[in-house]
Write a protein that binds this ligand. Structure first.
Ligand SMILES: N[C@@H](CCC(=O)N[C@@H](CS)C(=O)NCC(=O)O)C(=O)O
Length: 312
């Protein structure tokens, strides 16, 4: 089993890049968008998967791209297992009848070397993995399946906002989405402290932005809002406890960030009631070992002091 994470310098946690990066694209010879050709391997535990499930739902693609849901617990030896008996959310692998996610990587390419991660976008026609990088899969779902989508008018990446979205995505990825793991898996106290400061400073910055903006980028709901949500939604359930942000101050901040999430998403776009439903599922995943999926079982390298500075 490959590891999800690496630490290749002394201070900071580094995430290994996804390796399978083909694109479904209108006009592509290899992977053209088609009704019921692609399948998503997913679960509700993983924040990277969550963004894909959210975009699939928002774009009205549930009848276009089928889905299988693994158990919310990562088996250290076998990878993410399929176990339809686990609960009402989990399913079998109805396409390939694999026992677990690593089997699918091997089925797609017997010589594959890399992490056996979810999400996976699978091509049912060619029996291969198209892509295993969530940030790219959501872009395909946003723009390439509009001919079949029930909500083609929703554009999460309007061209006039694209460079701004890329910029804020980068900040949110570095300091929040991956920032929580940089705290949780920090190899040193110093690394933890740096990541912790960046995480909470960025949450504060976004909170301020949302005081005057309806959404992160102004009055339009975009991909940036979608990408922030899965981290905030499990902040209390997974990261706060698991990665030992146990200061009174951080509890307060976590609550504030949940307010940020509500401001950003909840209630403002009626069709996003689905996010409320989603929140319950993600939290369930979280309480069943949730962030362990990201090797959080190490309990946030929790030997470190939560944070040395008072940040009141
Ligand atoms: N960069 C990837 C990260 C995906 C990822 O880290 N998935 C985790 C679950 S949250 C996983 O499957 N880990 C299992 C492993 O690496 O063995 C993406 O955004 O799609």
């Amino acid at each position: 089993m490959t590891t999800n994470t690496t630490t290749d310098n002394k201070k900071e946690f580094n995430r290994e890049a996804s390796k399978l990066r083909n694109w479904v694209k209108v006009g592509s010879d290899q992977f053209p968008p088609e009704l019921d050709r692609y399948h998503l391997y997913a679960n509700y535990t993983c924040p990277w998967v969550n963004r894909v499930l959210i975009v699939r739902k928002l774009k009205g693609l549930e009848h276009v791209i089928s889905v299988s849901i693994t158990e919310p617990r990562l088996d250290e030896k076998e990878g993410w297992p399929f176990n339809p008996e686990f609960d009402e959310l989990t399913t079998e692998d109805s396409i390939n009848h694999a026992k677990n996610i690593p089997e699918l990587y091997k089925l797609s390419d017997a010589n594959y070397q890399g992490r056996y991660s979810v999400p996976i976008l699978w091509d049912k026609k060619k029996s291969v993995i198209v892509n295993n990088e969530s940030s790219e899969i959501i872009r395909m779902l946003n723009s390439e399946f509009n001919a079949f989508s029930n909500n083609p008018q929703l554009n999460l990446l309007p061209s006039d906002l694209e460079s701004e979205i890329d910029k804020i995505n980068e900040l949110i990825y570095e300091n929040i989405n991956n920032g929580v793991y940089k705290c949780g898996f920090a190899p040193t106290q110093e690394g933890y402290d740096i990541a912790f400061d960046k995480l909470f400073n960025t949450l504060e910055l976004l909170e301020k932005r949302l005081d005057t903006n309806r959404y992160l980028l102004g009055d339009r709901f975009t991909e940036a809002d979608v990408r922030l949500f899965p981290t905030l939604v499990r902040f209390d359930a997974a990261y706060y406890n698991g990665f030992k942000y146990k200061t009174a101050e951080s509890a307060k901040r976590a609550l504030e960030s949940m307010t940020t999430e509500k401001k950003a998403i909840g209630g403002k776009v009626p069709e996003l009631a689905i996010l409320e439903d989603f929140k319950a599922k993600a939290k369930n995943g979280g309480s069943r070992g949730g962030f362990r999926g990201d090797r959080g079982g190490r309990g946030g390298r929790g030997g470190f002091k939560s944070h040395k500075k008072q940040r009141n």
